[in-house]
Ligand binder design. Structure first.
Ligand code: SF4
Length: 322
């Protein structure tokens, strides 16, 4: 770290879509050169599919592809061992073993910083330990860690506020395809951030809905309180962080009269989604809200998906006219 900038690779996949700005700012403030892999493309997806076990879900396979793309280009890879990012809730277990699975798959590969993040019991202590672990891996201690944490927190806050305030939908903004029709239909699109915001992996569904005249509403457009309040109607607390966020967003959007319908984007092989998706669909049916489930895998054809989307949007327009 003293004479040259340490090249730290951050795969642009999975939780990068939730914490990317925090990680980048933290490591850059500590003096590392952060190299983020490029947006997912066919080459990266094929690389991941060839390295990962067949049973892995599509987002994990794609993560392998990003890590493999970075491996020859960096000094170290950052692959945190995410267990829990909030009190009494957990992340999908597939992410806990990710650093070990990658070490086995990327041989020879660069060293991996696999800081454990576990905030389930004592969030403040867990966060402090994770931050010290991440900085310690680069050989940095003391006040510089506090400065980097403050900078990362500030950027993260600004970023999340921007997501919430973006009522046209993040993906719609990214593609520049905000629904132009004045009678745009508000449509909720729920799913994991790493599917919704990865335009290749998630086939840019939010952008497609926007181009069909929909006004896209994504889980990140909602305030955390709206999501948590909606979750209170569940008979039991969901202890998957992302599952609760997705289902809470779905329940909140179902209650909005102006929201014409919901689309759930899910990954083939995702255990938590099979439960959350089924619950969301049942609640939608009870409330008479049109619901479309789209499951993606590496063989999903775009033409068939477009047809289903167009048919769904047509049906929403017809319902409104009727
Ligand atoms: S939640 Fe589902 S999509 Fe995400 S890593 Fe776990 S199995 Fe894969």
């Amino acid at each position: 770290m003293k004479n040259k900038k340490w090249r730290l690779g951050v795969p642009r996949a999975l939780f990068y879509y939730y914490y990317g700005p925090w990680w980048e700012t933290f490591f850059e403030t500590l003096g590392a050169e952060v190299i983020v892999s490029p947006p997912t493309c066919r080459e990266i997806m094929d690389l991941g599919v060839s390295l990962a076990v067949a049973e892995a879900c599509l987002p994990v396979k794609v993560y392998y592809g990003h890590a493999a793309w970075l491996a020859p280009r960096v000094d170290t890879l950052f692959v945190p061992r995410l267990i829990s990012v909030e009190k009494k809730s957990f992340i999908c277990p597939k992410l806990m073993g990710l650093p070990d699975m990658l070490r086995a798959a990327l041989k020879p590969g660069p060293p991996i910083i696999d800081t454990t993040v576990n905030l389930a019991r004592r969030p403040e202590e867990g966060l402090a330990a994770a931050v010290q672990g991440m900085a310690g891996a680069l050989g940095v201690k003391g006040y510089r860690v506090d400065l980097a944490t403050a900078a990362a927190e500030a950027r993260y806050r600004t970023w999340t506020c921007k997501l919430q305030g973006d009522t046209t939908g993040l993906a719609a903004r990214n593609t520049g395809q905000v629904g132009e029709r004045r009678d745009a239909l508000p449509v909720g699109i729920i799913g994991h951030g790493y599917l919704l915001y990865d335009r290749y992996l998630g086939m840019d569904i939010p952008g497609k809905v926007a181009s069909l005249g929909g006004q896209v509403i994504l889980p990140e457009n909602l305030a955390p309180l709206q999501v948590e309040t909606a979750c209170r109607q569940l008979p039991k607390r969901l202890y998957w962080t992302l599952g609760r966020k997705i289902l809470g967003a779905a329940l909140h959007l179902m209650e909005q009269e102006n929201v014409a319908g919901l689309i759930h984007l899910t990954a083939f092989g995702c255990g938590p989604d099979s439960l959350v998706g089924d619950l969301a669909e049942r609640y939608a049916r009870r409330r008479g809200k049109p619901f479309l489930l789209l499951t993606l895998d590496e063989h999903t054809g775009e033409a068939g998906l477009n047809t289903r989307l167009e048919a769904f949007m047509d049906m929403l327009y017809r319902r409104r006219s009727a």
